[in-house]
Design a protein around this ligand. Sequence first.
Ligand SMILES: CC(C)(COP(=O)(O)OP(=O)(O)OC[C@H]1O[C@@H](n2cnc3c(N)ncnc32)[C@H](O)[C@@H]1OP(=O)(O)O)[C@@H](O)C(=O)NCCC(=O)NCCS
Length: 178
Amino acid sequence: MLDKPEPELETPRLLLRPMQATDLEALLCIFTDPKVMAAFESAPFDRQQMAEWLQRNLDHQAAWGYGLFSVILRTNGLLIGDCGLEVMSVEGVQVAELGYDFRSEYWNQGFATEAALAVRDYAFTILNLPQLISLIRVGNVASQRVAEKIGMRCISEFTRYGHQYWKYGQDRGAMSYR
Ligand SMILES: CC(C)(COP(=O)(O)OP(=O)(O)OC[C@H]1O[C@@H](n2cnc3c(N)ncnc32)[C@H](O)[C@@H]1OP(=O)(O)O)[C@@H](O)C(=O)NCCC(=O)NCCS
């Protein structure tokens, strides 16, 4: 774990800053959108579910020193997505997962890829994590494409909690950009 606060990451169009409790309202704009929630085959979150999701991420941040960033569009200061890391146990192995969710008005403009690249580089060069994975529900081609564009490769397809996933991954020694 990091012994100092998680830094902010800057990209040409985005600012990634550690998620905070006051992000609840802005996150609701993402997680109440049926287009976003279709990716998880889930109904839109209510306020309580959103608060619990946010608290889980804040707890992860406190435990590991890193977690999800809130993604801010630099031109207008709006929170348009989340992107970051979550340590989880996958098929018996503890590993960091790189994840991302964006407001649907901002899809297909390269924002998730831009944010995920910054998080990938942070994970490998600052945190020195040996490997990253992304768990993507089979059929989520937009997320699959983001994983491919940041240099991840499909490792396997497997079942987790009753859902089929593609497991994408990348090792620290194999950073590339497509
Ligand atoms: C997945 C997600 C974060 C991608 O965000 P984004 O900012 O649109 O991503 P980018 O613009 O960087 O890249 C999207 C890519 O997917 C492609 N894409 C999008 N929809 C597609 C479709 N239906 N079929 C094929 N390709 C598709 C885009 O063309 C683009 O690829 P390209 O650059 O080669 O043209 C966004 O769709 C989202 O928030 N989805 C809901 C939540 C989610 O699925 N989270 C990930 C869980 S694993």
